[in-house]
Ligand binder design. Structure first.
Ligand code: ATP
Ligand code: MG
Length: 452
């Protein structure tokens, strides 16, 4: 739940300050009273999630000077000025300069509360948009692991925990579930990030090549080995070695790999000399290597050596609540890439999102989003193609983004309030406020259950 809204209240007049504090507290605000502007300013930060209410005439720093300083700190911080008789022209000027409101003394308690409430609502929206923007920026930094379902939250927590240890990690998950994303994060969240992230697909290389790729070779080690070659493992020294499709590693290579993992040294082909390597190994498997039936000829001892920490990424169908979020992300990204406007989501697309089992997991979903962005999926009516990115300001785009997330969550949960709230993780009141603001009618989504 959201904490009580906060007010910084500044007035040098002790009685008036007390009276206003009481009024605001009765209305549900948490009030920090200050007798001087300087004191209040000392405690204000740009991310202050509340409202500032200040008298204008005060000894020391006056309210207008405080206002200018607050403005410099954060132009979106709402400030309400309390003015005496002669100050109204000054207060009007302050409004033009961006103050939120002024209240002329004497005033009714209600007038103060109304103004504070509206200012607080405005501040809350600003803070929400900032939070959204930060999320969007984090996502655009290229290392997203999107997902808010408990399974994904847990995965992210574990990742953070172990990323900066040198422990080897086995990442298990179906195709397209995000194994490579996880491996990349393990690298980027560790102090090895300054070293190389070397990915090797054990299933894609012919058996004859894989060993020289991995271990390197000396000149003349075999026919065609003209020059010395540094292997991938050595190249990854100081960084991370990502062994993708480890289940496809040829048995002979597995034996050598086990030795590398245990001794942390390599022996390039064509030499008996060993060289130490400082690597962290992240391996990815599509099958459950712990299950003898699925393991095939994958060595059990290598499995146990890799299995110090296993991160299992659940398939998308087992975390359906993440689908709307992922889809919005991919849709926005695809639209940007194709230089198109982000389309509203046609109902046929919504139905598909909710009904499909996504065997190709997140990758399949991202490809689907690309087709939707190109308009080749679902029917994009004129109304549906309302522009989001074209010419719109960032706050406008974020507004649309938020509206889309709400619609998708409602779609995914067939308008069920409890489930939608749980998926979105916001308080009920906030949810209804947002629906109203975006003109979304929840009952429209309940009807989509279709004929019984
Ligand atoms: N949680 C996620 N958030 C954002 N993007 C994701 C997420 N999971 C996967 N993706 C994206 O989906 C695509 C597939 O992910 P990735 O390549 O990591 O899957 P994989 O498990 O390695 O698949 P494969 O087994 O087929 O190699 C990538 O484009 C990746 O960026
Ligand atoms: Mg992969």
């Amino acid at each position: 739940m959201r904490a009580a809204p906060t007010v910084f209240l500044i007035d040098d007049d002790r009685d008036l300050r007390k009276a206003m504090q009481q009024t605001l507290e009765l209305a549900g605000f948490t009030v920090s009273p200050f007798a001087s502007a300087a004191e209040a300013l000392g405690e204000l930060t740009a991310d202050f999630a509340g409202v500032v209410i200040s008298d204008i005439r005060m000894p020391g720093m006056d309210g207008l000077t405080l206002f200018r300083k607050v403005l410099a700190l954060d132009p979106d911080l709402p400030m309400i000025l309390v003015t005496g008789h002669g100050d109204i022209p000054m207060a009007v000027q302050a409004i033009q300069d961006g103050a939120y409101d002024f209240i002329a003394k004497p005033f009714a308690a209600d007038r103060l509360v109304q103004s504070a409430r509206r200012a607080e609502e405005k501040r809350r929206l600003v803070m929400e948009i900032r939070a959204l923007r930060r999320t969007a920026e984090a996502a655009s930094e290229g290392l997203p692991l999107i997902g808010q379902t408990p399974a994904m939250e847990r995965l992210r927590q574990t990742l953070k925990h172990i990323a900066d240890t040198d422990v080897d990690v086995l990442v298990a998950g179906e195709t397209g579930s995000g194994k490579e994303v996880v491996a990349t994060l393990l690298h980027h969240w560790s102090r090895r990030r300054s070293g190389n992230f070397v990915a090797l697909n054990c299933g894609a290389l012919p058996e004859t090549v894989i060993e020289s790729e991995l271990f390197g070779h000396e000149p003349g080690a075999f026919t065609g080995a003209v020059k010395k070659r540094i292997g991938r493992i050595e190249h990854a020294s100081g960084g991370t070695l990502f062994l993708d499709e480890i289940e496809a590693m040829p048995p002979a290579t597995q034996v050598k790999m086990l030795r590398v993992l245990e001794a942390r040294e390599i022996t390039p082909l064509g030499t008996n000399l060993t060289r130490p390597v400082d690597i962290r190994v992240v391996a990815a498997a599509k099958v459950d290597l712990g299950d003898p039936a699925e393991r095939g000829d994958f060595r059990e001892d290598l499995f146990y050596r890799l299995n110090v920490v296993t991160l299992s990424i659940p398939p998308l169908r087992e975390r359906r609540d993440d689908i709307p979020l992922l889809f919005s992300h991919f849709l926005a990204r695809a639209a940007e890439r194709f230089g198109r406007d982000v389309p509203a989501i046609p109902s046929a697309v919504r139905d598909h999102l909710a009904a499909h089992s996504w065997p190709g997991n997140v990758r399949e979903l991202s490809h689907f989003a690309e087709r939707v962005a190109l308009g080749v999926e679902g029917t994009l009516g004129a109304a549906a193609a309302a522009p989001v990115s074209g010419g719109a300001t960032l706050p406008e785009r974020l507004e649309r983004y938020e509206a889309n997330i709400l619609k998708e969550a409602l779609t995914a949960h067939r308008g069920d309030v409890r489930e939608t709230l749980r998926a979105l993780g916001i308080p009920r009141k906030t949810f209804y406020d947002k629906l109203q603001r975006h003109g979304i009618n929840r009952t429209d989504y309940v009807k989509e259950r279709g004929p019984a």
